[in-house]
Write a protein that binds this ligand. Structure first.
Ligand code: XMP
Length: 321
């Protein structure tokens, strides 16, 4: 039976053996896997690790701070943040098709990240790329030792010639719950270790309609209120995640004070799930729903209606796009 501290010890030893006196890069997403992988490598090789965090402007309120302040404070890691917000907004301008949005966000992300890798390689001899691949990912892709089972841009085989890296995957023998325990053992904040799933394309796929700065600000404000109230009600561990979706192309009539409004609805999509493959809509207490609704319509001027998604998966997916 492995204890958490023996997992940490063993992985730190393996990482040191693999990297030797080399340098490594790790992309942080804000999620638990990349954070724990980075923290382990940091423990093993210290400041020969550089983490890269891309702010694509589609993050939720506080997420950048969580990485820049809290993660750095907990680990002492070298962090480079790349502010790519304008670039993503430009690339997404006027795009409404969900698949198109995903493609654009994925493509821009790869470009920005590869540029960061090139810049780092110009500064130092970075040969290693850290990935937060978990055991279920390895199994799913049929990968054995040495098989790069990478879903996205980090795939070594898919990188341009000048960007060949050797992969470091310190979580590839671990399940999610073990990763969380390792994260706590390494002193990472609860907010990172127990973060609920959040999609890579971020708020970009939670705005139904074209993405622009104002719509992002509106959704961010509504999403923050929902998260605050769910946390205050102690429900974070009971729900798998609760997307808040802005129906940016829909308007409805409302009344606030003496005035008629013509604003947008947001959808609350609280779900319960074991693995995101299937999900049920979470029966949230009415008083919590009421607080969320009242606060959003009072505090977010563009939103005059809050609706609840009561669809299970299947047939509905968790995200709306
Ligand atoms: P769906 O909408 O397919 O979502 O029921 C299942 C789970 O996956 C998350 N999700 C994503 N995660 N990149 C990600 O990293 C994506 O493009 C993406 N799309 C959906 C979603 O939040 C849910 O947990």
């Amino acid at each position: 039976q492995w204890t958490t501290s023996s997992i940490v010890e063993e992985q730190v030893k393996r990482i040191r053996e693999q990297i030797g006196d080399g340098r490594a890069i790790c992309g942080l997403s804000g999620g638990v896997d990349s954070a724990v992988a980075a923290a382990l490598v940091q423990r093993a090789i210290g400041d020969r690790l550089t983490c890269v965090f891309v702010d694509h402007g589609l993050l939720r309120a506080g997420e950048r701070t969580q990485v820049e302040r809290d993660f750095v404070a907990a680990t002492g890691v070298n962090l480079v943040t790349i502010d790519a917000r304008e670039r993503f907004l430009d690339a997404l301008a006027g795009v409404t098709d969900p698949e198109q949005k995903r493609k654009i966000i994925g493509r821009e992300f790869i470009r920005v990240f590869e540029q960061a890798e090139r810049d780092l390689k110009a500064e130092g001899d970075y040969k290693f790329l850290v990935q937060g691949t978990l055991y279920p990912d390895v199994v799913e892709s049929g990968g054995g030792e040495g098989t790069a089972n990478i879903k996205s841009h980090h795939n070594v085989g898919g990188l341009p010639d000048d960007l060949q890296f050797e992969l470091v995957e310190p979580l590839r023998l671990l399940f999610k719950d073990e990763v969380r325990r390792v994260g706590l053992e390494l002193g990472l904040p609860e907010t990172i270790v127990h973060r609920q799933p959040f999609p890579g394309p971020g708020l970009g796929i939670r705005i139904i309609g074209a993405v622009d700065q104002q719509r992002l600000d509106t959704l961010r404000a509504a999403d923050l209120i929902a998260r605050e109230e769910l946390t205050a009600a102690g429900l974070d561990r009971d729900i798998w995640q609760c997307p808040v979706v802005l129906l940016a192309d829909v308007r409805s009539v409302g009344v606030q004070g003496d005035g008629r409004t013509y604003g947008h609805p947001v959808v609350l999509r609280p779900v319960s799930s074991e693995d995101a493959m299937t999900a049920d809509w979470t029966r949230l207490p009415y008083d919590v729903l009421e607080r969320i609704s009242t606060r959003i319509t009072n505090e977010v001027p563009e939103v005059n209606r809050v609706v609840l998604d009561v669809t299970s998966k299947p047939p509905g997916t968790i995200e709306w796009e």
